[in-house]
Design a protein around this ligand. Structure first.
Ligand code: URA
Length: 284
């Protein structure tokens, strides 16, 4: 073990800048792009669910070993009380400033940028994703990575664009969570609950004619349904925004479509349904 470590250290010591950059890029591509997680994790008390499951199962199979006394379960992260409440914000800029100023919120601390909205606030259509990824965090804009590029192509196929100035052809895009969860993990329940009132206020201010939820997280949150997105997609729901009913379409997340290209036909059906709905509503 010690010999292995000494050899690894000698190898990294002898790296030139190009080799070090290649090693870093390799680590990032493997998903190891954070030095620390948002909160300390007590691996001794991790449950057998979620991403830890195989490791936890292995641990259970091994003879029980007492946890060192100094290791305590990670305390739940208290969400700081924001100094400004969503209802006090009268514009998207005010919401953005409030969110960006939340330096005590763990996700804000690990993020490079607050990722809020992209597109035209006068758009008829608002799209809502889950949470920013690495590219979005670096650029400070939602859906700019590979899934964003696929989303733009899908929108263009039905005559919509985040660049359009005409509200009829425009979209605005946001997410349920406004900061990248470290390592692109799924946002936790506490993170979603913290961000939700800010998303709700954002929807109220934009007052879109139609909402499109991309994937399970926004769909389940905004419809209150617990079924999987493959069951919910293609259906129209009604979202209550401050007493105003907004039609809401559930569809698949573009990142899922990149992993399962065969499912693009389902998303295409959903986008055609969106197009038809917009045309019907535009009729005098
Ligand atoms: N996936 C999301 O859900 N949102 C983004 O902004 C980017 C990727």
């Amino acid at each position: 073990m010690a010999a292995d470590r000494d050899q690894t250290m000698a190898e990294t010591d002898n790296m030139d800048a190009r080799q070090a950059a290649a090693a870093l890029q390799w680590l990032a591509e493997m998903g190891a792009d954070e030095a620390v997680l948002e909160a300390p994790v007590n691996r001794f008390s991790a449950s057998a669910t979620g991403a830890d499951a195989p490791a936890a199962q292995e641990r259970r199979a091994a003879p029980a070993r007492p946890a060192p006394a100094e290791i305590r379960p990670a305390a739940p992260h208290p969400s700081p009380a924001p100094s400004v409440q969503p209802a006090q914000c009268a514009s998207l800029e005010e919401i953005y400033r409030a969110l960006d100023g939340m330096k005590d919120f763990p996700l804000r601390r690990t993020a490079t940028h607050t990722v809020y909205t992209a597109g035209n606030p006068k758009a008829r259509v608002m799209l809502i994703g889950e949470a920013p990824g690495r590219d979005e965090d670096l650029q400070g804009k939602p859906f700019v990575g590979r899934s964003g590029q696929l989303l733009d192509r899908m929108l263009a196929a039905i005559g919509l664009s985040r660049e359009a100035e005409e509200p009829d052809k425009a979209v605005i895009i946001s997410n349920v969570v406004f900061w990248r969860p470290p390592g692109n993990r799924k946002p936790s329940e506490a993170e979603v609950v913290f961000c939700l009132p800010w998303l709700e206020r954002t929807i109220e201010l934009i007052a879109p004619e139609v909402i499109v939820c991309l994937g399970a997280t926004p769909t389940q949150r905004l419809t209150g349904r617990a079924q999987g997105v493959l069951k919910l997609r293609g259906n129209w729901f009604s979202y209550n925004s401050g007493g105003r009913a907004i039609p809401l379409l559930a569809t698949l997340h573009p990142a899922y479509l990149l992993r399962q290209p065969v499912q693009k036909r389902l998303a295409w059906r959903d986008f055609l349904s969106l197009k038809t709905r917009l045309e019907e509503r535009a009729r005098p």
